[in-house]
Design a protein around this ligand. Structure first.
Ligand code: ZN
Length: 256
């Protein structure tokens, strides 16, 4: 049986990669390409993966692109404030309508996270390249499937609590750092029809997105967030209903 592939759009701010030699050495084609290639290689024919970046018109997220995207992956850091409010509005609406959203690393400070979750997303942080250990706390969750528990990221930026987000609907990973802090590093939310997964590993100075365990998480998250592939659906809307509408045949139900 053939299946419709999941249409994935991997969005990258693509600023550090162009302006910082150290980052370019790790991600010569940009983090978004590495992430896109990882998802494509793990999920094969089950996905169709595109990429877009900040500098493109409408940030590469024109209506026709968003309308044909099942899962959007988002990495931003240096230019959150340059993301057009109109694009944020459209992404928000598409998530409510069922598009999946992966929010990666410093996207905790993005406009779209604040818009969807209603909090600042602020964290404690330090960048000294310390060891991060990622622990699975929901072993039966599909995003944890095939992910070693724990796995180690040799060098990472530390993100620590308190992380200003609502209580996640499901917590899949927590991380501990060499310096002692802990962090809710893999968090699931639902908003409207849409599924959102926040995953914190992914600082631009370290080859985190080249790491097999991280790629596994991203691929699993795409599958999870694509739930139902509900393209073209409208967000939920309030509906006036007549008394008895769910017990009587609709044709005989009294008019509202
Ligand atoms: Zn970072």
């Amino acid at each position: 049986m053939s299946r419709t592939p999941i249409h994935v759009m991997v969005w990258g701010e693509n600023i550090h990669e162009r302006h910082n030699e150290r980052v370019r050495a790790i991600y010569p084609r940009g983090m978004h390409r590495t992430i896109a290639d990882a998802i494509a290689s793990h999920l094969g024919a089950d996905v169709n993966v595109r990429t877009a970046t900040l500098e493109e018109p409408e940030h590469g997220l024109a209506d026709e692109v968003l309308q044909t995207t099942d899962v959007l992956s988002w990495w931003g850091h240096a230019a959150h404030d340059r993301v057009d409010d109109a694009v944020v509005e459209k992404v928000h609406r598409r998530v409510l309508g069922g598009m999946g959203l992966l929010l990666l690393h410093s996207s905790q400070g993005s406009k779209i996270l604040a818009r969807l979750l209603g909090t600042s997303g602020s964290v404690r942080w330090r960048d000294v390249g310390e060891r991060e250990v990622v622990w699975t706390v929901s072993p039966s969750h599909p995003i944890a499937e095939g992910v070693p528990n724990p796995f180690v990221i040799p060098q990472q930026e530390m993100y620590g609590e308190f992380f200003d987000i609502p209580q996640p609907d499901e917590l899949v990973f927590i991380s501990s750092f060499a310096g002692g802090e802990v962090f809710r590093s893999g968090c699931c939310f639902t908003r409207g029809r849409g599924r959102i997964f926040y995953f914190s590993p992914g600082h631009e100075f370290y080859p985190v997105y080249h790491q097999a365990e991280v790629q596994r998480v991203l691929a699993n998250a795409v599958r999870w967030a694509a739930f139902g592939q509900r393209r073209q659906q409208a967000p939920f809307q309030s509906e006036k209903k007549p008394m008895g509408w769910f017990t009587e045949p609709l044709a005989t139900a009294p008019e509202a």
